[in-house]
Design a protein around this ligand. Structure first.
Ligand code: NAI
Length: 343
């Protein structure tokens, strides 16, 4: 085990539904692994809405502003009532321009074995600006729908650099730029052109190629092993990251990181699972893997690796699995088994 590090302040948002159960499990595992986080615990989601009238209260935002680092459980966006998605608000507030979604086969014997692919998605530009409107014709107010996408040279350069630097740091060999520049010649052409240009700076360290998004989707199904790290625009990244999760058995085990200029936020990809909340059977794996990304982000790669190894052994060798993975372990039993493997 690496020697103890200086405490790193970090915001912890347990969140809604199964959020408190899985964050308790993850915090216990991180403590057992000797990780350096000094947690600032903050309410968000429904609990915060009840207490402060806002699912993203000021105290939470101030805490993330201070620490620049957060581990976040799932937050429910109240339906109706004029609330904007909490995730969109966080993205804007902290300039979370990169969405990092690594997928890796955790349990062998599924449809695809030995998958290990990282997707880096541009998170603040493109068609997801949702600059949309309708035009009325005659008595049809929705006769025409118009949406404007915006990609900038600066935004494309920023995400490309993040992806290439990440690839080098994590000893990836190949980066594939995914686009649709044959049709959307300006919108995704600028992204392709800029990313290719940036890629030249990594010659000798990384192989860089590019693919049209539809071809990439087909190849990911036929032969995903040819991909190592994919960097792409917002909409394509949204779709392909779920496709990738499907290769390793669904969203349930997928971690995500939102990397920003002013802060970075780490979370599970799944939601608050209200159907099983409080029953003690939630699987903390995705949030734990998100915490591993957070450890790497703060330069604690050895600790992240030892947690991932313990997780692999718990799932594969000990066969201790929660119900969603076909096992019968409770969250607590799974957590205890994993902590034993750390020791
Ligand atoms: P969900 O991901 O919460 O649940 C889908 C299914 O997967 C359910 O059957 C659930 O029991 C199961 N599941 C999810 N995570 C699990 C885990 N860790 N262990 C065992 N089983 C698990 O998706 P749903 O039901 O569409 O969303 C519920 C709420 O979560 C909504 O209010 C939504 O807004 C919110 N949400 C929040 C996200 C975030 O904060 N990043 C992301 C996605 C949804």
């Amino acid at each position: 085990m690496p020697k103890p590090a200086r405490p790193i302040p970090a915001t912890l948002v347990p969140g809604d539904g199964i959020g408190p159960e899985i964050t308790t499990a993850v915090v216990a595992i991180l403590a057992a692994a000797g990780t350096p986080f000094a947690w600032e615990r903050q309410a968000g989601g429904q609990a915060a809405l009840r207490r402060h009238g806002d699912p993203l209260p000021r105290a939470l935002l101030d805490s993330i502003r201070r620490t620049g680092l957060a581990l976040k459980g799932p937050l429910e966006t109240p339906v109706g009532g004029g609330f904007r998605s909490v995730n969109v608000r966080l993205r804007e507030e902290f300039g979370l321009y990169a969405n990092l979604r690594p997928v890796r086969t955790l349990i062998p014997g599924g449809r695809y074995d030995d998958i290990d692919i990282v997707l880096v998605r541009e998170n603040v530009e493109g068609l997801y600006l949702a600059w949309e409107h309708y035009l009325a014709i005659d008595d049809d107010p929705h006769a025409v729908a118009i949406s404007s996408g915006v990609n900038t040279r600066a935004g494309s350069r920023r995400i490309a650099r993040y992806a290439f630097d990440y690839a080098v740091r994590h000893r990836r060999k190949k980066v594939t730029i995914v686009h649709k520049a044959n049709v959307l010649k300006a919108l995704t052409g600028i992204f392709l052109e800029t990313a290719r240009e940036e890629g030249k700076r990594y010659a000798g360290r990384l192989e860089v190629n590019d693919r049209i998004v539809d071809a990439c989707a087909m190849q990911l199904v036929l032969n995903p092993w040819q991909y190592d790290l994919i960097v792409t625009t917002n909409l394509f990244g949204d779709i392909l990251s779920d496709l990738l999760a499907g290769l390793v058995g669904g969203l349930g085990m997928a971690p995500g990181a939102n990397i920003g200029e002013r802060a970075s936020i780490f979370e599970a990809v799944h939601g608050s699972a209200p159907d099983i909340a409080g029953s003690g059977i939630a699987n903390p794996t995705a949030l734990l893997l998100a915490a591993c990304l957070m450890l790497e982000h703060v330069g604690q790669r050895a600790r992240a690796t030892s947690i991932r190894k313990a997780l692999d052994r718990t799932l594969r060798e000990d066969g201790v699995r929660t119900k969603d993975l076909g096992g019968d372990a409770s969250t607590k039993q799974f957590t205890r088994a994993l902590i034993r493997r750390l020791g």
